[in-house]
Design a protein around this ligand. Sequence first.
Ligand code: KIV
Ligand code: ZN
Length: 388
Amino acid sequence: MRKIYVLDTTLRDGEQSPGVSLTSQEKVEIALQLQRLGIDRIEAGFPITSRGEVASVQEVAKVITNATVVAFSRSREQDIDAAREALRDAVDPCLHLFLATSPIHREYKLRMDKSKVLDTLEAAIRYGRKYFDKVEFSAEDASRTEIEFLCEVTDRAIKAGATVVNLPDTVGFATPVQFGRIFKTVKERVMGIERIQLSTHCHDDLGMATANTLAAIEGGVDQIEGTINGIGERAGNTAIEEVALALETRGDSYGGAKTSLVLSEIYRTSRLVSKLTGMTVPGNKAIVGANAFAHESGIHQDGMLKNRATYEIISPETIGISASKLVLGKHSGRHAFKERLIDLGYSLDEERLNMAFAKFKDLADRKKEVLTEDIRAIMDENVTEGPV
Ligand code: KIV
Ligand code: ZN
């Protein structure tokens, strides 16, 4: 098996979702759940942003014993010092430095030429390595950076002592084929690349974060970064649960690549993150949405009752949900209706079943979902039980 390391940035990039702000206690609660989920590296925050953020990262660092705790930092000594303070109690700390490398960021944001970018990242990594054994360097906006320069950046980061080099699709601009090629090229051209781990970090502006992350895995990355439920800046980050389940279900297409996540903790983690961030998960969200394991149409329900694999490629138990849901609505058929009656303890002969089914269909035309209480009401008001 090829292990893919997972860096979770729910507490840093995820917290950068507009309107989200987590207290120290909430960060600790989420971090402990991420540890149960088997996340390898937990990015706890961006310490230079405030005293409160330093304190939150410190609290997380104190309780996490089974994962690396990561602090985010610009390529500046002042930021690195704040990260040192925040991570002083971590069992396994990691400094995560970043600097933008693309032409547009160099010209308008940083006002640095290429050689200044190289010198700045080198100085920051060398300074960071004085205090940390693990230093990740991220070339912000890597997907819009000239490939020759990206190779130079990677080379310089390795020579300066980075242990992980991350090439992010910061603005969600990449397409899967192009993105996968970037990693293949960097791996072919940069000497000493085997000494470090290569990582990716994608955003979902064009809805391609998961596809791009999987392309990066095909391109040879060792680590993927993302958040629970895909929360994060703008349209969000790669949803970790989607990549983990894609590898679990279609690992054959990715050379047996797998994360070591405890998949049965996924649903619980998703609910906790949604509750504490206040960001609701859309019903149709892959893996963790309320409808991900719900079936409404009669044809699908009939198939599910005969063999779940007809319409489910993942079992809900895999991610910690107890059962699939057959939603009774206007598209549902007799088979699912009868099964629900049996579950509720009713036993009807054909004539009474037909009568109850007709009442159910009348109601389903007026109501989106027919609930258990509705079925009980139909039975109480209209149908008496009798021998089957
Ligand atoms: O999106 C990004 O590029 C990031 C960092 C890894 C720099 O959040
Ligand atoms: Zn990001």
